[in-house]
Write a protein that binds this ligand. Structure first.
Ligand SMILES: *Cc1c(COP(=O)(O)O)cnc(C)c1O
Length: 421
């Protein structure tokens, strides 16, 4: 046992899995087996109980990799103290079962809907793929949707109630703006609905949605949990307590039949990544906030740089600019406002061409990796305005990133001026 209680998530990201070590390797081994030998002694053979998920408990012997593998168990074990910060160590062993990993963020969301089978979902905007998953459920059994920011009367009219789902994403894709989890938790719980929070843009180290009433926390682990743009992963975690434990156990059992289990190599990469999660996301968030403050200062100022930036940038959006929300926002995101922000340009042409002038930002979709990315969002999401650029800030030096943006604004202005002549 570790000296428990007082250990912080940063320490547990490196040591939470010490208790599952059997080998003397310091770096965990890569296990790829899909199947595992049963005990040699026939007396020790334990057939699966009928109608029970018990064999899917993290402490059970490994059987087949569609249930779980040692790499997956290790990943879920390390994620546990990160997703439930401040939990005493003796509770962590049990609580690890509340963290269920999937082969992608969308398969996690699908797993959630298969579990809850809501008749109505309150959801608005956000990651387009989640709306695609809801589309599949609409096709299968006609689930209804209503705007998550709609009034109580509109929620009533949509029949939103017990057994239904309120789903918010915070911070939001692609704007990087945040919503109060507490507010939506209260609204959902008042009518017996569950609140799920897609916290991909605010990973562990930046916010704890359970603290504000989330029933289920979802992550696209492809983003910050993976952190190196080299693995797909999804995570669902259920709130503490009996109901959360029961839900997680069912999720685990259902994952077995969805077949959307995380691959062995991906889960090993995920373990490698989690060691540095807090370091990465806090640095990335700080970098993003510096760039946002600089850009916002330019949009509202009139220095030489500002005049150039203003010719391209109409508006910047990011949680750090939500000045009227700081009361709840500073409590919800005490360690930074998130590493993603959006730029709105004056014309679609500017948004289309700006990424090509940058040297340190790759023009690519996705986010969360150590490398800075920028995307003309219209490339992958048809619902987003054609003037939107989404920026995912990496761990590079913030001044270098700012200088790269500035030279790209200069090039952009130069091209526009030459075209006008
Ligand atoms: C990427 C993303 C998803 C989907 O995750 P995948 O791992 O790509 O399936 C869901 N929600 C948000 C906010 C995302 O950024």
């Amino acid at each position: 046992m570790l000296p428990s209680e007082s250990l912080s998530p940063a320490t547990l990201a490196v040591h939470a899995d010490d208790r599952v070590n059997i080998l003397t390797d310091v770096a965990p081994a890569i296990h790829t087996s899909t199947t595992f030998r049963y005990p040699q002694n026939p007396q020790h053979l334990q057939p699966v109980p009928a109608d029970s998920n018990e064999h899917l408990d993290l402490s059970s012997p490994l059987v087949y990799s569609r249930a779980t593998t040692s790499n997956i168990n290790r990943l879920e074990t390390i994620l546990c103290p990160l997703l439930y910060p401040g939990t005493p160590e003796q509770e962590l062993v049990e609580l690890s079962n509340h963290v269920v990993s999937y082969s992608s963020g969308l398969s996690a969301f699908h797993g959630l809907l298969v579990n809850v089978v809501p008749k109505t979902i309150a959801i608005s905007e956000g990651y387009h793929g989640c709306h695609g998953v809801i589309g599949l459920h609409q096709k299968m059994h006609g689930v209804k949707t209503v705007g998550v920011h709609a009034s109580d009367e509109e929620w009533d009219a949509a029949g939103l109630g017990k057994g239904d789902l309120v789903h918010i994403e915070t911070p939001l894709n692609p704007s990087g703006e945040a919503y109060s989890i507490k507010k939506y938790a209260e609204r959902a719980h008042k009518r017996g609905a569950l609140l799920s929070v897609d916290a991909t843009f605010g990973p562990p180290g930046l916010q704890d949605p359970f603290k504000w009433g989330a029933d289920v926390v979802m992550h696209s682990g492809t983003k910050y949990i993976g952190g190196h743009s080299d693995m797909l992963c999804g995570i669902l975690a259920t709130r503490k307590g009996k109901e959360g434990a029961a839900m997680a156990m069912t999720l685990r059992g259902e994952r077995m039949f969805l077949g959307s289990v995380l691959g062995s190599l991906e889960s090993w990469l995920g373990v490698r990544s989690l060691r540095t999660l807090e370091l990465r996301v806090q640095r990335q968030s700080q970098n993003a906030t510096e760039l946002v403050q600089w850009l916002h200062g330019c949009v509202t100022g009139d220095s030489e740089d500002a005049n150039m930036v203003k010719k391209v940038v109409k508006k910047v959006t990011h949680a750090s600019l939500q000045t009227s929300d700081m009361d709840w926002l500073n409590e919800q995101m005490p360690n930074g406002y998130g590493p993603v922000f959006a730029i709105e340009t004056h014309t679609p042409q500017q948004a289309r061409s700006f990424p090509s002038h940058l040297k340190l930002f790759h023009h690519a979709t996705s986010l969360g990796g150590v490398e800075s990315l920028i995307e003309w969002r219209r490339m992958s999401d048809s619902s987003v305005d054609e003037r939107v650029l989404r920026v995912s800030v990496g761990v590079e030096n913030a001044q270098d990133l700012q200088a790269d943006l500035l030279q790209a604004f200069k090039t952009s202005c130069h091209i526009t001026t030459t075209q006008q002549q």
